[in-house]
Design a protein around this ligand. Structure first.
Ligand code: CS2
Length: 496
């Protein structure tokens, strides 16, 4: 048994040849990006692209300073500090082979609860050209129904009172941009990397709403000096489990406390609107385009909603992982017709994208048996996901009198999911910022099915649409009398 090696800068030379390590001099890397929300996705995506630019092209001026805003981020902060910002990215191919590389692009890390001023100063530094975000779909604090910034959120109330020790991303951005304005530092780009339609526009709207109330004199400066490019981001990145940590040690001899696992597929389509310049990520595979809307629609409505379809159906049936649900012939048939009949007609002109092969590749990605992407990961925070991933399809289809039965069925499956127990009798926890309300509404829906659609921040006024309500009620009644598998088979037969 060969000795294992702790992941640290000084040990990189000791790692075996089957794992790639940064060959560039990390001491020479200069930081120009601050990234808020260093989760697994950031580490498999933007940090990976940036590492590739450093590795393959020797670009040294795009180092990333990670920032953790939440108490929850303490663990990643401590681990990355211990590992000199290094971590292993393990790619799981469709044929079961794995490849690994150590990523070196995260060269600094700040933990905001420990030192808020350091974070504000870093973001205000003239060296910083981009502040990028992965703060999750729900992190933008906009009410789904009204589209307005939620000033009743207690952390926002606190930030308004204590601007110099903020808690929210908007509190930090406002203070940092204010310093930039006061010190006559140039503007910068705020780059959302979250799965949201028009993620740049949404980030802008949320920030401007906040600033208008908190620091009104800053508003015109931001409008003039800050850009918010939209982007579509994609790489399936499951939760890291103990077996992954073990695999990294067994196969690559690396002791990494929190490696990242992902699929080989990667895509980043970005609007080219960077006020202070940007790394040439296109050299390593990113696409810069004028209009990202078609790409976003396609990805959110097919991949992310496809995940929610498999997640909800799979959870009710009692599957644990997405690949199990995707390889179930009945669920697969349902997913395929959901994509073809209900989503594809809403996508408009995709200008040269081969939609059929995109859908085929999605199914193959979902079926990757080596990924073990947990259904619990997909189902968490669905109250922020469903309105972005699934409801726009229903709304678009209703406008054109198209089919909505399958999408409505998934909404009904989500309602039943909030009963908290699968068909095998196993209970699970609903992890969602709105869990209390979801659980209450789902419980009441046993007497009054419409009750679930009354959750206004999720459904807005969709309850007024009779066709949708009828399809939802029918599905929910069916789901409460039959297994989810029997339901999808019956539905497919009926709609064929
Ligand atoms: C998933 C996404 O969170 C979810 O529900 O659909 O995290 C998905 O894996 C990524 O967007 C893939 O790019």
């Amino acid at each position: 048994m060969k000795p294992t090696i702790a992941l640290k800068q000084e040990n990189l030379g000791l790692l075996p040849p089957n794992i790639k390590v940064p060959s560039y001099d990390r001491d020479k890397v200069r930081t120009s990006i601050v990234h808020i929300g260093v989760g697994n996705f950031h580490r498999s995506h933007e940090a990976y692209f940036t590492n590739e630019l450093m590795e393959r092209y020797g670009v040294m001026d795009c180092g990333i300073c990670g920032v953790g805003l939440l108490d929850y981020d303490r663990r990643i902060y401590n681990i990355l500090k211990d590992q000199d910002g290094l971590y292993t990215l393990m790619v799981k191919e469709l044929d079961g082979s794995v490849s690994a590389r150590v990523i070196g692009s995260l060269v600094e890390f700040l933990f905001a609860p420990e030192n808020p001023i350091a974070v504000i100063e870093k973001m205000a530094s003239p060296d910083i050209r981009i502040i990028s975000l992965t703060i999750t779909e729900g992190g933008y604090n906009l009410n789904e129904a009204t589209g307005q910034f939620d000033f009743s959120n207690p952390v926002v109330v606190e930030d308004m009172k204590n601007p110099l020790s903020p808690k929210t991303v908007f509190g930090y951005l406002a203070q940092a941009l204010k310093l930039r304005m006061q010190r006559d530092v140039s503007g910068c780009t705020i780059q959302s990397c979250d799965n949201i339609q028009g993620n740049g526009d949404v980030a802008k709207k949320a920030l401007l709403n906040y600033v208008k109330a908190a620091e009104p004199e800053l508003l015109p400066w931001i409008e003039k000096n800050v850009s918010f490019p939209n982007a579509m981001v994609d790489r399936i990145t499951p939760v890291t489990v103990a077996a992954d940590i073990q695999k990294v040690t067994d196969q690559f001899l690396v002791e990494d406390q929190w490696p990242v696992v992902c699929e080989p597929f990667i895509q980043w389509v970005i609007e080219d609107d960077f006020v202070a310049g940007r790394p040439e990520w296109e050299k390593v595979g990113a696409q810069f385009v004028k209009d990202v809307v078609p790409y976003e629609n396609m990805k959110l409505r097919l991949l992310n909603a496809g995940h929610s379809v498999l997640g909800m159906l799979g959870a009710l049936h009692g599957y644990d992982t997405i690949d199990e649900a995707a390889r179930d012939a009945d669920f697969n048939a349902f997913l395929r017709s959901f994509m073809d009949v209900e989503v594809s007609p809403t996508l408009g002109n995709l200008g040269g994208i081969d939609l059929d092969s995109y859908k085929k590749s999605l199914i193959a990605r979902f079926q990757n048996i080596y990924m073990k992407d947990l259904i619990s990961r997909i189902c968490l925070e669905s109250s922020a996901k469903i309105p972005i991933f699934l409801l726009p399809t229903i709304k678009a289809q209703l406008q054109g009198d198209g089919h909505i039965e399958r999408a409505a069925f998934v909404v009904a499956a989500w309602c039943k999911y909030n009963d908290g127990v699968d068909e095998k009798g196993k209970s699970y926890v609903i992890k969602d910022a709105m869990s209390d309300e979801l659980i209450r509404a789902a419980a009441q829906s046993h007497q009054n099915p419409k009750r679930f659609l009354e959750i206004e921040p999720v459904f807005g006024d969709m309850i007024k649409n009779q066709a949708f309500v009828a399809a939802f009620i029918k599905s929910l009644e069916m789901l409460r009398s039959k297994s989810v598998k029997e339901c999808v088979v019956e539905l497919e037969k009926k709609l064929a």
